[in-house]
Write a protein that binds this ligand. Sequence first.
Ligand code: ATP
Ligand code: MG
Length: 443
Amino acid sequence: MKLTSEIETALRILFENGHEAYCVGGCVRDHLMGIQPHDYDITTSAKPQEILECFTEYKTLTVGLKHGTVTVIINGEPIEITTYRIDGEYKDSRHPETVAFTKDLREDTSRRDFTVNSIAYSPVTGYTDHHNGIKDIDNKIIRCVGEPYKRFTEDALRILRALRFASTLGFTIEDETSKAIHDLKLLLKNIAAERIYTEFTKLICGKNARKILNEFHDVIAVFIPEITPMVGFEQNNPHHCYDVYTHTLVSLESIAPEPLLRWTMLLHDIGKPHCYTENETGGHFYGHYKISSDITKTVLKRLKASKEMIEHTALLVYRHDTLIPITDKSIRRLLMKMGEEDIFLLYDINRADAKAQAKHQIKQRLERIDLLEQKTKEIIAKNECFTKKALAINGNDLIDAGIPKGKEIGIIIDKLLCAVVDQKIENNKEALIKRASQIYRSL
Ligand code: ATP
Ligand code: MG
């Protein structure tokens, strides 16, 4: 295994001081899968005090000392070194009551969540694989170290980590592990919303997200119960060939693995079951975009997503179903409402949505979106005005022209921008001031 020179240094110093030291966890797993590790964790037989004694010539951080972790700075790189640990009893499916240190690597690897995350590597001894993790990597399997029911009861976050790794690595969850996940899913109620949000966001960005979200929708429903009505909800409409949940998952899989986009696809139709109506032409979901957007806010607030993330996702969900006429005026208006960045996100969302609809219409819908996108780029390239910033006047200009300070200024600016965007008036100062006075008088 190729290590960074800083990691090699850390392992060598521990080793030269008579301690065992290994890379362990995600970095070994990723390396064995041919993925470049994004960070390295070191596990050692040295007690925290002994680690500090090995690195007196280096800057060290000791915030994690209680849990056995010392961070050593080598060449400006922070390296986490943790003493072999046995986790004590878990009382709340979250935190071990106590942490004990040990001199036995096997005990440390036995506390780790999955076999694929329990492999240790050192340049001196090569791989140590107490739980057959290498075989599970070869066969693409997520399997608990030890007894799944015990391991998930100890720490329920592992339930979501199993689904996350299966999704991001493209692995299958072994039968006993999978059964325990379904049976113990309610333990997820003990886990802090923030941690659920972080793991679940990684899950939905994984390459196997569709399969995992489908197989484990009952587990996801523990923290997003709003998804349940979508499952198996038939659309009875010639535009659709999937039930609402399958449509959702196919659309999710059809968009780039960015949190904002994946969350938008997951939630874009979540309001559909709440507004279903039927007539001679089939099933309809009038106004579902609005219900979906409201549910989006509820879900993301509950999971403690950032305010920005909640607002942005809810906005894209709200707009996902708007049919945009292919005219310069409509596009300029949409650019005014949404801004340049969001409009292209909206097109990506429209594409993903189209790809999850009835096969016979996909090509035509995609061509239409391509055309819209093309026209939008042309409008932007022409430097036409569609933002307040690009308007040839601002609030101060209006005040200078004699319009009193107050909320009218904002209203006038909005109206002026609309007039410019609709090309009813030119974007030059003189014309705008003249129109502003007229608007002011009419208010
Ligand atoms: P990545 O960093 O790529 O998300 P990782 O496997 O490195 O994946 P981390 O959360 O960084 O995951 O944890 C490092 C290692 O610590 C894991 O590989 C695993 O061995 C162990 N570990 C982490 N969380 C748990 C847990 N909840 N229960 C048991 N072991 C865990
Ligand atoms: Mg890691």
